[in-house]
Write a protein that binds this ligand. Structure first.
Ligand code: CMC
Length: 428
């Protein structure tokens, strides 16, 4: 804490402490404002509200910078694997070889689901969205992992983290298998995290599954890129729910629900649907650019714009490069990738998008890779959830470790009716 901001309300003057972040950003501490001044702050959508101090992820939206625990996303994407990145996010340091092997082994031990959980999947209708299944079944882990639901007990916390990391790919793949009526493929612990997930998704008991190593690499990279992003909607949901001291599984289930929305993780599915729609409509980009700009039309360019990035999302840059590499293997150019690049070009030269500083975000190109890997559209956001899991866990753990932890309970400015007399039913 270095200096103070002065706030003048009427005749009175108040001093508010200023906190400084490691990268020079400054925050006015208003935690005592109500007690000192009788006022609260108002910030719909929290665009200007720091909900916590955090040491996990640094996002510089002006310059398109993203770092996990101080390491550039570009370095991690090139040199790490997903479990290594997960360790870094959750525990704060890159693991030694020994620590990494121990982490991987601890996760491997827990990949199976309780057999009783298969009945939960069986109860869902065939057209159930896999995100709804994922959030329900992750929530149900609190029942099947009853010995790890004390969120304040460090040992239970640790075991819950291993279980959550281990079971999420199994639940995600089972959600898909359930939705297409195929038998569940059990985890194979000799495989890596990403190989295991692809095997559970695509193998069938009747045939040998040949895994494309490029798909494994692409999945590993996409999961790393999605692994954390500060106080986004789903992470805030995890923290909010977790702040009541409920268990990890229930907190993560809340995060999955928040992620599903089209303005957040659901944008990857919405984006590919949008690109398909534009193509089916003759590829008339101008028509859709005009619709996106029309304030009376609800249509938005999905995969474009970001609350924090006012520059190119560094994750989108990396994903676009991978699209080029992966799709080069295909015999014919991918028309949707071509269309996406044209759309980007048109938008980035249009004053509406330039003035509002709207650039492609992580969801603009990711669906094109998922589709090339054979992953169906309704699983795209599930893949996002799989990637974001270590970030959610890291924030949940960081919150529990903080000496300042208290239940999250925002205020409101009441603007409803003043006190009025009750009117009996027969007189209404
Ligand atoms: N297409 C057209 N106009 C847009 C778009 C877009 N994708 N995004 C923002 N705008 C306009 C918006 O209409 C507003 O215009 P005006 O100032 O004239 O009212 C201006 O840009 C500012 O937008 P905002 O809605 O106030 O910005 P926000 O910070 O509240 O919303 C956002 C951020 C990501 C929800 C929004 O940009 C959006 O809806 N994008 C499309 C959905 C999407 O791609 N979401 C994924 C986000 S990245 C991954 C993740 O977080 O999950």
């Amino acid at each position: 804490m270095s200096d103070f901001a002065k706030l003048i309300i009427g005749e009175r003057e108040f001093e508010l402490p200023i906190h400084q972040g490691t990268e020079g950003h400054r925050a006015i501490d208003i935690s005592k404002l109500l007690a000192q001044t009788g006022h609260i702050t108002l910030d719909d959508g929290y665009g200007n509200t720091g909900a916590t101090e955090s040491q996990i992820t640094y996002v510089d939206g002006e310059n398109g910078v993203l770092r996990y625990r101080g390491y550039a996303i570009e370095d991690l994407a090139q040199r790490c694997d997903f479990t290594e990145t997960a360790y870094l996010l959750i525990y704060g340091e890159l693991p030694t070889a020994e620590q990494l092997e121990e982490f991987r082994a601890s996760i491997r031990t827990h990949t199976l689901l309780h057999e009783g959980m298969k009945q939960i999947f069986a109860g869902f209708p065939p057209d159930a969205h896999p995100m709804a299944i994922l959030s329900s079944v992750v929530g149900a882990l609190a029942i099947y992992s009853g010995d790890t639901i004390d969120a304040r007990d460090p040992e239970q916390q640790q075991l819950a983290i291993y279980r959550m990391m281990a079971k999420m790919p199994t639940i995600a793949a089972f959600s898909y298998k359930q939705s297409i009526g195929q038998p569940f493929i059990y985890p194979e612990n000799r495989l890596t995290y990403c190989q295991n997930f692809l095997q559970m998704m695509f193998a069938v008991p009747s045939e040998r599954y040949e895994m494309d190593p490029d798909f494994v690499d692409a999945l590993n990279l996409l999961l790393i890129l999605h692994a954390d992003h500060g106080q986004n909607c789903s992470t805030s949901a995890v923290r909010m729910v977790g702040s009541s001291t409920v268990n990890l599984f229930s907190s993560i289930s809340a995060g999955i629900c928040a992620l599903w929305g089209a303005l957040h993780g659901g944008a990857n599915e919405a984006c590919i649907n949008m690109l398909d729609m534009i193509r089916a409509d003759g590829g008339n980009l101008g028509k859709y650019i005009d619709r996106a700009k029309d304030p009376n039309d609800e249509f938005r360019l999905m995969g474009f714009g970001h609350r924090v990035y006012k520059n190119y999302d560094p994750r989108a840059t990396i994903i676009k490069e991978v699209c080029h590499k992966l799709l080069a293997k295909q015999k014919k150019p991918d028309p949707i990738f071509q269309l996406a690049q044209e759309l980007e070009e048109v938008a980035l030269n249009d004053s509406y998008f330039v003035d509002r500083r709207l650039y492609p975000n992580v969801d603009f190109y990711s669906g094109i890779i998922y589709r090339a890997m054979g992953i169906p559209e309704n699983m795209f956001t599930v893949l996002f959830a799989l990637g974001r899991l270590p970030g959610w866990i890291a924030h949940w753990r960081e919150m529990h470790l903080a000496p300042t932890m208290r239940i999250h309970r925002p205020r409101q400015l009441y603007t409803g009716s003043p006190k009025r007399e009750f009117v009996p039913l027969i007189k209404r």
